[in-house]
Design a protein around this ligand. Structure first.
Ligand code: ARG
Length: 464
């Protein structure tokens, strides 16, 4: 039996004295890595069972270890666990408690493993769950966008380039653009998951172990696709975190674009959409205000998610192999990105379901800014056989005329149009309404209601 009297609780006999209190503070991760408890315990149970199966530890010891770990799980879940900063991290906190519960045999659990492969395994398991949760939340958001889009296939609004009115489009078509982005985000999370789903356990400190362990068994039982092939890579790789964070950052960037649109659209100047009281906030001084705070916060929170990505990239840059304590800096940024993404996705789902487009305002706005000028130019090409560059020029002159007369294109009379191009006939007016413009853009993926309906049924099949 190991003599423990004078040894340091974690590092054994080589140390006689306790670390300085500031050493403990800088070293400790328990205040944040306690979130790994469930994954740490399940990986430990499977590791212990593998040790028994391969006759590395005795069956009785294995049973005691597994029972003890299950007790610890219950203690943590019922808030009856005393997390100690002195014990540095979640792994040592659990192991120390196992000693208290089952005595010296607890020490056999750490056979053929190190905290280096342990933490990497736990964190991959945790991140895998996080990915699954975010994918689920993204699907919910997509469903909310889809429902709103379906209700507004025919709701005409101005489409913008440079935030200037460009061409008429529909609210439904605009919302479906976000579905496309979000589905690519899901795709990125799925490929992140594929790459992270390899098991580091058994890599031990960095070089593997002299014990006859079965890495395929532990890997399979933890739901991984395979054990990682290089023990040095297994303990030092954190690119699964970078994958996760970059996917989060791209997704947060997408959310911030819709958030910004909501901020613009709910302004008095635009008044394109209304949010109910559920998603509006007031001002403590200006009683008339209805502010879109949730949208602003989603727009703002992209900063911290992207910050997490840049932060971890900076931690990993130039870090020599294999494990260094710098790697403990991987967790807070990933946890924070996950919490932020989850909050933003749920809040945005609420806002999308809640928002009400102001249909008349949208339609009137679509008529502004000579939005059907392209339709006019296309008509000249189609009906009069004028090359597009020339028809663009003629249309420019017609727009100038309407601007001078302070009227819309459709309100110009035929004679005025003919002073610019004598072959224009009255048939031209049929393409100048916003409805005709939207209906005519029937190319694949275009804004016409019939194309948008095709996309809606595609998404319905995929999401419901
Ligand atoms: N808390 C540590 C971390 O998160 C666990 C690994 C410690 N390994 C070591 N060699 N000190 O990275």
């Amino acid at each position: 039996m190991v003599k423990k009297a004078k040894s340091n609780i974690m590092w054994g006999a080589r140390f006689y004295n306790a670390p300085d209190h500031i050493m403990k503070s800088i070293n400790a991760s328990i205040n944040f890595d306690r979130r790994l408890y469930k994954h740490d315990i399940s990986a430990s149970i499977i590791h212990a069972e593998m040790l028994v199966k391969n006759e590395i530890i005795s069956e009785q010891t294995g049973i005691k270890i597994v029972d003890g770990l299950q007790t610890i799980l219950q203690e943590i879940e019922s808030n009856n666990f005393d997390f100690k900063v002195d014990l540095e991290d979640i792994h040592m906190n659990i192991e120390a408690r196992l000693y208290e519960l089952i005595g010296e045999e607890a020490g056999f659990l750490h056979t053929a493993r190190s905290r280096n492969d342990q933490v990497s395994t736990d964190f991959r398991l945790w991140t895998r769950d996080a990915v699954d949760e975010l994918i689920q939340q993204l699907e919910n958001l997509m469903k909310a966008f889809l429902k709103k889009a379906e209700a507004h296939v025919d709701t005409i609004m101005p489409g913008f380039t440079h935030l200037q009115v460009a061409q008429p489009t529909t609210f439904g078509h605009h919302l479906l653009a976000y579905l496309e982005m979000l589905s690519r985000d899901i795709n990125r999370f799925q490929s992140t998951r594929l790459r992270l789903n390899e098991c580091p356990l058994g890599a031990a400190a960095l070089a593997g172990t002299s014990f006859a362990i079965n890495r395929i068994d532990t890997s399979t039982r933890l739901g991984f696709d395979r054990p990682m092939s290089n023990s040095i890579d297994a303990v030092s790789d954190r690119d699964f975190c970078l994958d996760f964070l970059s996917t989060c950052a791209i997704c947060a960037t997408h959310l911030s674009r819709f958030a910004e649109e909501l901020v613009i659209w709910t302004s008095t100047q635009f008044n394109f959409v209304s949010l109910s009281d559920k998603f509006s906030t007031g001002s403590s001084i200006m009683p008339q205000k209805r502010n879109p705070d949730a949208a602003e916060l989603i727009r703002g929170k992209v900063g911290r998610v992207t910050g997490s990505l840049v932060g971890l990239l900076s931690v990993l840059k130039g870090l020599p192999l294999a494990y260094s304590k710098d790697l403990q800096e991987d967790k807070e940024c990933v946890f924070d990105a996950f919490d932020t993404m989850s909050l933003c996705l749920i809040a945005m789902t609420g806002m999308v379901s809640d928002l009400k487009p102001n249909e008349k305002i949208l339609r009137d706005a679509a008529k502004d800014g000579f939005s059907t000028a392209t339709d006019l130019a296309d008509w000249l090409v189609r009906e009069l056989g004028i090359p597009f560059r020339e028809s663009h020029n003629i249309t420019g002159r017609i727009v100038k005329l309407a601007e001078k007369n302070k009227c819309k294109l459709i309100d110009l009379d035929l004679e005025s149009l003919q002073t610019i191009e004598e072959n224009i006939s009255s048939k031209i007016f049929s393409v100048l309404t916003v409805e005709a413009s939207v209906a005519s853009r029937d190319s694949f993926g275009g804004t016409s209601p019939s194309q948008v309906r095709i996309q809606i049924s595609k998404w319905k099949k995929r999401l419901f």
